[in-house]
Design a protein around this ligand. Structure first.
Ligand SMILES: [Zn+2]
Length: 250
């Protein structure tokens, strides 16, 4: 956009506000400044020295630079660092207080154990009691993961023993799907709001509970647990029509 083109800028900003307020599913596009484009590029390349230099030089220029900027695919420099398994870059970005958002879930999806540990330590440091965790507080319109995907559920889907152990040792709790016929307020509200997502959340929880690594780590009698689960899944496959095939393959 041309500098000084105030009419277009104004229209642009009105457009963004409207989308933010009325259309929660559309990601809000914010134009990147040249500095931000360069920053994302050097972060993607893993050039830690230049990243640090830019962060030092630009830290007092919020009008042209935001460390939390994202590329058109909604990837921040931190997500790039995780996907490229660059621990040094992750540490630099945390040092400059980048917002971690759902970075922990990305690290779990990449099965990047070292980053999982660093991000969990970071979360313990910044989490305020009674407030949602970073990965819960993300803007749903721009999130890669649905709200029912917790770190433990995702690690169980990856069936990653090491990450599951780290999470359980830190007190993560197992998902407790309510009965398919449950009539509690939470289930009724969730089902009325979006019944497909409600069913999807249930299958995500059961897929996690059937992770062999999770059963081995959490059950006193893994064989019995596996049998009970398979019986429960067979029952669900007859009741949750949309996901019959998913329940049956297990
Ligand atoms: Zn319920």
């Amino acid at each position: 956009m041309k500098q000084g083109d105030s009419k277009e800028e104004l229209l642009g900003s009105v457009h963004n506000i409207a989308r933010q307020d009325y259309c929660v599913d559309a990601p809000v596009e914010v134009a990147l400044t040249p500095q931000e484009k360069r920053f994302l590029l050097v972060a993607e390349r893993g050039d830690c020295a230049t990243v640090r230099k830019m962060l030092d030089e630009l830290k007092d220029q919020p009008e042209v630079f935001n460390i939390n900027c994202v590329d058109p695919l909604n990837r921040s420099s931190l997500i790039a660092a995780i996907e490229n398994e660059n621990i040094e870059l992750i540490n630099i970005l945390l040092e400059y207080n980048i917002q971690v958002k759902d970075a922990l879930l990305h690290a779990i999806k990449e099965e990047y154990v070292e980053a999982v540990e660093i991000l969990l330590e970071w979360e313990e440091k910044i989490h305020v009691h009674g407030q949602p965790y970073s990965w819960e507080a993300v803007d749903r319109s721009s999130s890669t993961f649905t709200p029912d995907i917790t770190p433990l559920i995702l690690a169980a889907h990856m069936n990653n023993y090491e990450i599951l152990k780290i999470l359980l040792d830190r007190g993560a709790t197992l998902p407790m799907p309510h009965d398919v016929r449950c009539g509690c307020d939470e289930c009724v509200a969730s089902s009325e709001h979006d019944s497909l997502r409600h069913s999807q959340a249930r299958i995500n929880a059961y897929r996690a509970l059937s992770s062999p690594s999770l059963i081995a780590l959490s059950s006193r009698d893994p064989l019995l647990t596996a049998f009970e689960l398979s019986w429960e899944l067979r029952r669900l496959s007859t009741m949750e029509a949309e996901f019959r095939a998913d329940y049956n393959v297990r």
